[in-house]
Design a protein around this ligand. Structure first.
Ligand code: PRP
Ligand code: URA
Length: 216
């Protein structure tokens, strides 16, 4: 069976609203951070719909026994924010996944070559089979940063079909790269933009997500 990358752009007014706030160059840092938190929350909500494992049991209501569905506590759930800017989406993701383990990975693009290099890797050497991994990275530009992280995850035994990337803006170049090497992956993003400028920034995009999040 051949697989094709799945890219979801949820049509939700809250996602559209907070994306517009984040895109606006006049949005100050404090509000930009709020927008990213909200986008992290709502995109995670969409991304976890058919991904969170559940288990069936029964509860006793005050009136009668009743079939019940719970999140399966036995299946490992992991969130990996790509530093720095992925941290901006983490609060929103964690609000919905309070029991997830968080493994930080720091990746930075070289401003000339646009190649990503890893300066921090807190991933365990191996992940248990069946581990669900949610990656947060607001910008998928060339796709180099997220591609590097996916390689690290697959090397540690993660099944790409159990990985979801939550992004804010994706460029076609990133979707092409990720789709070619990780066709089983799913991406949830607030927008797919036109492309990249000659400095590798997404156009129209929202500028430098890390700098706007941290006021640098
Ligand atoms: C930005 C952004 C993504 C990456 C996307 O990070 O947060 O991680 O670029 O670009 P790519 O798809 O071309 O790899 P940056 O390297 O600027 O680091 P920062 O988050 O610390 O600002
Ligand atoms: N990283 C960003 O922060 N913004 C872009 O547009 C591209 C990469």
């Amino acid at each position: 069976m051949s697989l094709t990358l799945r890219v979801y752009v949820p049509s939700h007014p809250l996602i559209k609203h907070w994306l517009s706030v984040a895109r606006d160059e006049s949005t100050p840092t404090v509000l930009f951070r709020s927008a990213m938190t909200e986008l992290g929350r709502w995109l995670t909500y969409e991304a976890t719909r058919d991904w969170l494992p559940t288990t069936e049991s029964e509860v006793q209501t005050p009136l009668a026994p009743c079939p019940a569905t719970f999140i399966d506590p036995e299946v490992p759930i992991v969130v990996v924010p790509i530093l720095r800017a992925g941290l901006a989406l983490l609060d929103g993701a964690q609000a919905l996944l309070p029991l997830a383990s968080i493994y930080h990975v720091g990746l930075v693009r070289n401003e000339e070559t646009l190649e990503a290099s890893c300066y921090l890797n807190k991933l365990p050497e191996q992940m248990p089979p069946g581990t669900r991994v949610l990656v947060t990275d607001p910008m998928l530009a060339t796709g180099g940063s997220s591609h590097s992280l996916l390689k690290l995850l697959v090397e540690r035994g993660v099944d790409p079909s159990l990985i979801r990337i939550v992004a804010v803006v994706a460029a076609p170049q990133a979707l092409q790269l990720l789709g070619a090497d990780f066709p089983a992956l799913s991406i949830f993003t607030a927008a797919i933009d036109e492309g990249l400028n000659d400095r590798g920034y997404i156009v129209p995009g929202l500028g430098d997500a890390g700098d706007r999040t941290f006021g640098t």
